[in-house]
Design a protein around this ligand. Structure first.
Ligand code: FAD
Length: 511
C-alpha cells in the first residue's frame, strides 16, 4: 500500500504516539500491517519527559518485551533501579523500589523463591527515560514503515462493520481498526462509548522543578509525613503528595510559585522558601479502568484503558504489556489467520492484570493517608516488608514477576513468560523471538515434532542443543513470549496440536 496516499485504508490507525502507541505500531508493522499514528502534539520533547521526571522503572515483562524485539540494548539509560538520593542513611544497601513510600532493598530479596523464572538472564528491573524510550520506539516504527503524523489530534471517529473513519478537524483517515493509545484523557475512550469505572482521588500529586532558597530545610529522599509526602529526587526537583481529595488537580487552577510553597511548607512542616517555579504539573490517584477494552473495531491500550496513581511506577509497564499482548493478535485477525476468540483473549488476559495494578496503587494510598488508622497499618506493613519474605513478595509484585495468564493449560509454566534458555551455540530463546512469530522449541531433536511443526505457517520450529533444559523436552511459545504449551517428557502430539490450533490456526486442520 502507498502510505503517502491520504486516501489509503490503513490496517490500523493508532491515536497517540506515547510509548504505548509507538510500541503497538512497531508490533503491528513487524507483522506486516500498515499503520498510521496520529499524535496531537507537534514535538515529542517536553521537560516532563526528561530526567528526573521522565524516569520510569521498567518491570521484568517490559524488559523482556524490549529484549525479545532487539530493543533493549539500544536503551542507553538502562541501569539497575537504584536512586542514591533514596539510599541515604542505609549504608551501601541498594534500594530496589518502594511500597507506599516504604523502601525495600535488593540485598533482602530471595530470588530463589521465583522458581518459575528459571534461567531468565534479562534484568528484573531497570530505569529508563521516557524521552529516550519514545525516541527509540519512533525510530523503530519509522524503520518498519509506520506513518507518524504529528500535530494532528484525533477529534472524532465513526465505525461500521468494515472499518473506522477517523477525523482530525477537517481531515479524514480510513482504517480497518482504530486503537486508542491516547493516554489518560483518551478521546477514543470518550467518543467510543467505553465505560470507565473506579475510584476517585485522595490526593493531588505535584511534579515541579523549582529553585529553593534554603534547601537544607528539606530532608533528602522520600519523606512520608503526617500530612502527605515530599521527595526531592535531585536539588530543585520535587514530587509532592497532598491529601486534598484531588481538589487542586480537579480545580484546574494554575500552579503558582506561592501555591507550591504553601503546599510544601505544610507537608514538610518547615518554612522553606520556593524562590522560583520553572515547570510543574499535577496528577492524582484516581483509579479507573475501562470495563471493556474493545468496542467493535475500536480497542484501547495503555493509560487510555486504565489510570491509577504512579505509586510504585507501573503504568508504563502495564501499557507495554497490553500492546505486547495485543499486537500479534490484532495482526492475525487482520490477516485472516486468527483462531476464533483470539482477539477477545486480549481483554481476558489483560483486564485482570490491569485490575491488580489498580488495587496495588489503592492499597498504597490507603496506608499513606494522614489518618491514625492508616498510620497504624503503615507501621505493620513496614515490619512485614522488612522481612525477607515480605521484601521478596513486594519486589515480585512491583517487578511483575508473578504475571501469568490463565490459558486453561495445566502445565506449571503455561501462561508464564518463557525462561531465556541458552543453546549450546550461545544464542538464547529471547533473541529468536525478534521476528514476532510463534515458535515450537524442541530440545530432543524429535523428527516427528519437526514434521508436525512444518505443517503450520507462522510458526517457527527450532531444534537445538540447549545448555540446561531444566526438565523440559519441548515448548510452544506465543509471539509475545508466553508459554502456550510445554512438555517435560515425551511430547503428546494431540495435546500439542490442540495448543497450536488454539493460538495459531484459523480453521480446523493444518493450513
Ligand atoms: C509522576 C509520574 C511518574 C510515573 N512513573 C512511572 C514509572 O516509574 N513506571 C511506569 O511504568 N509508569 C510510570 N508512570 C506512568 C506512565 O508515565 C504512563 O502510564 C505512560 O506514560 C502511559 O503511556 P501511554 O502511551 O498510554 O500514554 P501517554 O504517555 O500519556 O501518551 C499518550 C499520547 O497520546 C497523545 N494524545 C492525547 N490525545 C490525543 C488525541 N486526541 N489525538 C492524538 N494524540 C493524542 C498525547 O499527546 C500523548 O503523546 C508515571 C506517571 C507519572 C505522572
Amino acid at each position: 500500500m502507498n502510505q503517502n496516499n491520504r486516501k489509503s485504508v490503513y490496517d490500523v490507525i493508532v491515536s497517540g504516539a506515547g510509548p504505548v502507541g509507538l510500541f503497538l505500531s512497531c508490533e503491528l508493522a513487524l507483522s506486516k500491517c500498515s499503520v498510521l499514528i496520529l499524535e496531537k502534539t507537534k514535538s515529542p520533547h517536553s521537560p516532563l519527559k526528561q530526567i528526573p521526571f521522565g524516569i520510569r522503572g521498567l518491570s521484568t515483562p517490559s524488559i523482556e518485551a524490549l529484549y525479545r524485539r532487539g530493543l533493549l540494548e539500544e536503551l542507553e539509560v538502562h541501569k539497575r533501579l537504584k536512586n542514591p538520593h533514596q539510599n541515604s542513611g542505609q549504608g551501601s544497601r541498594r534500594q530496589a523500589g518502594h511500597f507506599a513510600g516504604i523502601p525495600f532493598y535488593e540485598e533482602d530479596i530471595d530470588t530463589s523463591q521465583w522458581t518459575h523464572r528459571l534461567l531468565s538472564s534479562t534484568e528484573t528491573s531497570l530505569i529508563s527515560e521516557m524521552e529516550e524510550l519514545e525516541t527509540l520506539l519512533t525510530r523503530r516504527a519509522q524503520f518498519l514503515g509506520v506513518r507518524i503524523e504529528r500535530g494532528l489530534a484525533l477529534t472524532s471517529f465513526d465505525q461500521t462493520e468494515e472499518g473506522v473513519t477517523v477525523h482530525s478537524d477537517d481531515r479524514t483517515f480510513q482504517g480497518k481498526w482504530l486503537v486508542g493509545c491516547d493516554g489518560s484523557r483518551s478521546l477514543v475512550r470518550k467518543c467510543g462509548g467505553f465505560e470507565f469505572v473506579g475510584t476517585e482521588p485522595e490526593f493531588t500529586g505535584y511534579s515541579a522543578q523549582v529553585e529553593i532558597a534554603d534547601p537544607e530545610k528539606l530532608r533528602p529522599g522520600r519523606n512520608v509525613t503526617p500530612t502527605g509526602m515530599y521527595l526531592q529526587s535531585q536539588p530543585g526537583y520535587l514530587v509532592i503528595q497532598d491529601f486534598d481529595g484531588g481538589e487542586f488537580h480537579n480545580s484546574k487552577r494554575r500552579i503558582t510559585r506561592e501555591h507550591i510553597q504553601k503546599v510544601l511548607r505544610r507537608i514538610s512542616n518547615t518554612d522553606v522558601t520556593v524562590a522560583a517555579l520553572h515547570t510543574a504539573t499535577t496528577w492524582t490517584d484516581r483509579a479507573r479502568q475501562a470495563t471493556a477494552y474493545r468496542n467493535g473495531r475500536v480497542l484501547l491500550a495503555g493509560d487510555a484503558a486504565h489510570i491509577h496513581s504512579p505509586l510504585g511506577g507501573q503504568g508504563l509497564n502495564l501499557g507495554l504489556g497490553d500492546v505486547m499482548n495485543l499486537g500479534w493478535k490484532l495482526a492475525a485477525t487482520l490477516q485472516d489467520r486468527a483462531p476464533e476468540g483470539l482477539l477477545d483473549s486480549y481483554q481476558k488476559e489483560r483486564h485482570p492484570i490491569g485490575a491488580q495494578v489498580l488495587d496495588w496503587s489503592r492499597a498504597q494510598v490507603a496506608i499513606m493517608k494522614p489518618a491514625p488508622y492508616a498510620r497504624a497499618l503503615n507501621a505493620i506493613f513496614r515490619d512485614l516488608i522488612n522481612t525477607r519474605d515480605g521484601t521478596t513478595y513486594i519486589a515480585g509484585r512491583v517487578w511483575g514477576i508473578f504475571t501469568r495468564y490463565d490459558l486453561g493449560n495445566a502445565h506449571r509454566f503455561a501462561g508464564h513468560s518463557v525462561p531465556n534458555f541458552e543453546f549450546e551455540d550461545g544464542t538464547k530463546i529471547g533473541e529468536l523471538l525478534n521476528d514476532g512469530q510463534g515458535m515450537l522449541v524442541d530440545f530432543n531433536g524429535d523428527p516427528s515434532l519437526e514434521t508436525l511443526a512444518r505443517g503450520y505457517k507462522n510458526l517457527n520450529y527450532i531444534s537445538r542443543k540447549v545448555k540446561d533444559r531444566s526438565g523440559f523436552s519441548a515448548l510452544l511459545i506465543r509471539p509475545d513470549g508466553i508459554v502456550a504449551w510445554a512438555s517435560d517428557d515425551q511430547p503428546d502430539h494431540k495435546e500439542l496440536q490442540t495448543a497450536i490450533h488454539l493460538w495459531f490456526v484459523r480453521n480446523e486442520g493444518t493450513e
